[in-house]
Design a binder for this molecule. Structure first.
Ligand SMILES: NC(=O)c1ccc[n+]([C@@H]2O[C@H](COP(=O)([O-])OP(=O)(O)OC[C@H]3O[C@@H](n4cnc5c(N)ncnc54)[C@H](O)[C@@H]3O)[C@@H](O)[C@H]2O)c1
Length: 314
């Protein structure tokens, strides 16, 4: 269990992470920190009033970074979100600037914290946060494609008529439009996905269609309710739990990699998550198409990093 969790940004995402963490008993104390103090206080108060129904957790909200002192884990969820039709990468310059301002202040209060970045574009912001913090590899990492992987498992499970926990299929690469599915290693109920496809007589483009639905899920939800928050809340809580329990759970989180022909980027691969953060990755075999798609995804992230104004570049 995490002793003290600091959530930077008490908007839709930060507040929902707090609810999910409290409900799962993943932290003993949660501090919601936001430049908008009244909002942080209100979210904390609202959650606190629900704690008699879920278990003992202390919740505190404020705009004072000193309240983050001694946090074992920090979660960065502050920043601009996509407007309908906008790509995550369009948020890069603004949210990188925010990260450069907010993260050092928080780390000054909690220098030993494991840092989980959720702010979008998560791979770009994680890269900058990692460079800025200068902590041991994996102490700063991003939520990456943990959420996208959950989306794929839910969609695939529905198609196969199975429960999502019985379906194992990964989304890797960018948390964004260039992400890819590792179909070649996907399994359901212990049988390779290829066996299920043959059994069901699926057409070849059915998997492409599923991947496109995963890629389009955030846009679809933002079109309807203005933001995504519930599933990112639960996926972040799952990651926090893996750190708090030193689980060595394999999750598709975003960490630094040097990709051949592209250079250094943060992107998601199946990665071991435990007390000290994320790493090493599990070297899942990729087929040729997956290797090419991963390189393309890395190049997309690298281009977004290269486009950051030099005054903000890491
Ligand atoms: N990685 C993912 O899978 C994922 C999923 C959903 C949303 N997101 C991202 O999470 C971020 C937050 O989204 P949201 O819907 O909660 O937005 P929101 O507008 O509801 O909340 C953002 C909050 O950040 C606060 N803030 C701004 N600057 C701050 C600072 N310097 N210090 C502390 N707080 C500050 C604002 O006051 C606001 O309360 C966005 O970048 C969004 O794209 C990521």
């Amino acid at each position: 269990v995490i002793g003290k969790l600091g959530i930077i940004g008490a908007g839709s995402v930060g507040a929902t992470v707090a609810v999910a963490v409290a409900a799962r008993g993943a932290a003993r104390t949660i501090v919601l920190h936001d430049v908008d103090g009244p909002r942080a206080e209100a979210e904390a108060e609202d959650l606190q009033h629900g704690t008699p129904f879920i278990g003992p957790v202390a919740v505190h909200g404020s705009a004072d970074p000193r309240d983050l002192a001694g946090c074992d884990m920090l979660l960065l969820a502050a920043g601009r979100k996509q407007r309908p039709g906008q790509s995550r990468l369009e948020l890069a310059a603004d949210n990188v600037a925010l990260c450069r301002q907010a993260l050092p202040v928080a780390l000054e209060q909690a220098p030993d914290a494991v840092v989980l970045v959720v702010t979008n574009p998560v791979d770009v912001v994680t890269y900058v946060a990692d460079q800025l913090a200068g902590l041991p590899p994996g102490r700063v990492f991003g939520s990456g494609t943990v959420l996208d992987t959950a989306r794929l498992r839910v969609l695939l499970a529905h198609e196969l008529g199975l429960a999502a926990p019985s379906v194992h299929a990964s989304i890797v690469g960018e948390h964004g439009d260039s992400e890819l599915a590792l179909w070649s290693s996907a399994t359901a109920g212990g049988a390779p996905l290829q066996w299920w496809l043959a059994e069901a007589g699926w057409a070849g483009d059915r998997l492409d269609h599923l991947l496109n639905r995963v890629r389009g899920a955030a846009g679809h939800i933002i079109g309807g309710k203005g933001a995504t928050s519930t599933a990112i809340g639960f996926s972040s809580a799952r990651i926090i739990e893996a750190v708090g329990h030193d689980e060595r759970a394999v999750l598709n989180v975003s960490t630094a990699h040097d990709i051949e022909g592209v250079g250094p980027v943060c992107l998601s691969l199946p990665t071991i998550v435990g007390r000290h953060g994320a790493g090493p990755v599990v070297d899942v075999p990729l087929d040729d198409a997956e290797t090419a798609a991963l390189r393309h995804s890395a190049a997309t992230i690298r281009a977004a990093l290269d486009a950051i104004p030099s005054s903000l570049a890491p």
